[in-house]
Design a binder for this molecule. Structure first.
Ligand SMILES: [Fe+2]
Length: 238
């Protein structure tokens, strides 16, 4: 089924007394394309391969503990909602405010957690990469310079209060913008300050760094920056 046919059928899907309407303003790109039952994806590299920036124990707990728990709890919530089981996760999150109130918070937190971490792992790479000149030029044109972009992104992540994520998104108008979301929210959700397609996401929960860095979040962020998979990020920007 192509995307247009799929979305047409989705638009006609009646869900428990209300209709699943296609969004009028924001149309999420289907980046993961997963539906229920969700599975914990394998990491694209060994746990120990991000040492010393991210230690092996943190990677194991983060993936096998935290991420696995989001998957399991998301499946529990959707097991009770058969009519939503074939809707891609991106679509559920883009219209989270339209989901049944009884399950909305569970899908927001657990579904957001699963989507965010599935998106995050491939953005890291054990192989140190330099952003291409084309990518540097693109980001410089939007943020003034490459260093301005780096500074603004890391500063935004460092200042995020509590647990959440820092994102580079592509807006529906094609602009690149840095935003944050609390908890496991993400830019696909209507709760985001600007809805858009994520092209980079950084986990700023303490569980991502506390074992090694304790309260030194800026050190974690600097180390993480050295692991970013710029080739992947550039392909997402398109
Ligand atoms: Fe996390």
């Amino acid at each position: 089924m192509d995307r247009r046919t799929f979305l047409t059928s989705l638009g006609a899907l009646a869900l428990g007394g209300w209709r699943w309407n296609r969004p009028t303003s924001f149309y999420p790109e289907i980046l993961l394309g997963q539906t229920y039952p969700y599975e914990l994806p394998s990491l694209p590299y060994p746990y120990e391969s991000l040492e010393p920036a991210i230690d092996t124990q943190t990677m194991k707990v983060h993936h096998q503990g935290h991420h696995a728990s989001y998957v399991s709890n998301l499946n529990k919530a959707l097991a009770e909602l058969p009519s939503l089981q074939q809707v891609p996760l991106e679509e559920l999150l883009a219209r989270i405010d339209k989901l049944p109130a009884s399950h909305r918070t569970a899908i927001r937190n657990q579904g957001g957690g699963h989507w965010n971490h599935s998106f995050f792992w491939p953005l890291l790479s054990p192989k140190t990469q330099e952003p291409s000149l084309a990518l540097q030029k693109r980001l410089s044109s939007e943020f003034g310079s490459w260093n301005a972009f780096r500074g603004q992104f890391l500063d935004t992540a460092a200042r995020l209060f509590g647990s959440g994520w820092t994102w580079l998104i592509k807006t529906p108008a094609g602009k690149l913008q840095i935003i944050t979301t609390p908890n496991q929210d993400n830019p696909l959700m209507p709760y985001a300050e600007v809805q858009g397609t994520p092209v980079l996401g950084v986990d700023v929960w303490e569980h991502a760094y506390y074992l090694k860095y304790q309260n030194r979040r800026t050190e974690y962020l600097s180390a993480l920056w050295s692991l970013l998979n710029w080739e992947k990020i550039e392909s997402l920007i398109g």
